[in-house]
Design a protein around this ligand. Structure first.
Ligand SMILES: [Zn+2]
Ligand SMILES: [Zn+2]
Length: 178
């Protein structure tokens, strides 16, 4: 997302945008829906404040039942740009971008402020560490393999899992020399 900052008059502006997830260098196997966002831009003489709410949908596999499910990923970012005149020098010392957290520079005359990388980072860190298809998901029984959200455990009612027979056969084949 490039904010057309040069075109905006001094003051508060609300912008909306929508763009393909691929434009944000997001994994297309996970993120296949567009990234949409609402941005507030407060353009001042000395500083530009950007506050953005962004969201998209991702396809995740449940940590409990392994089923794939769709999940909304959303995040919020706040950025502050110090306006620097084309011939002037920044009023703070230090390299661009590694000053105070979130403080960047915007050079007067540049057409856009590009916040694509910031949007990407916000979405990536908003992906939960644990993905569960629903709070009720109880996963798969390691014994009978039933999805416990849909049906009851069959461990008690079934003959032994044939996979154990296969394991037994393997064990029988193992040479035993004493
Ligand atoms: Zn699940
Ligand atoms: Zn079971």
């Amino acid at each position: 997302m490039k904010i057309p900052i040069a075109k905006l008059p001094i003051g508060l502006h609300e912008l909306e945008f929508e763009g393909p997830a691929s434009a944000y260098k997001l994994n297309s196997a996970v993120f296949s829906t567009p990234v949409i966002g609402q941005i507030q831009v407060d353009k001042g003489e000395a500083q530009v404040y950007v506050h953005a709410l962004v969201k998209t949908n991702g396809l995740f596999s449940c940590d409990r039942c392994v089923r794939e499910f769709d999940q909304e990923i959303s995040g919020e970012l706040r950025l502050c740009f110090e306006v620097v005149g084309t011939g002037g020098r920044p009023s703070f010392t230090g390299e661009e971008g590694d000053g105070e957290a979130g403080l960047r520079t915007y050079r007067t005359g540049e057409a856009f402020i590009d916040i694509s990388d910031d949007i990407r980072d916000t979405l990536v860190i908003s992906v939960p560490m644990k993905n569960v298809c629903s709070p009720e998901c109880q996963g798969i029984c390691p014994g009978c393999g039933e999805d416990l959200k849909e049906s009851a455990c069959k461990c008690g009612e079934k003959p032994p899992d044939p996979r154990w027979d296969a394991l037994k056969q393997l064990q029988d084949k193992t040479p035993e020399d004493g």
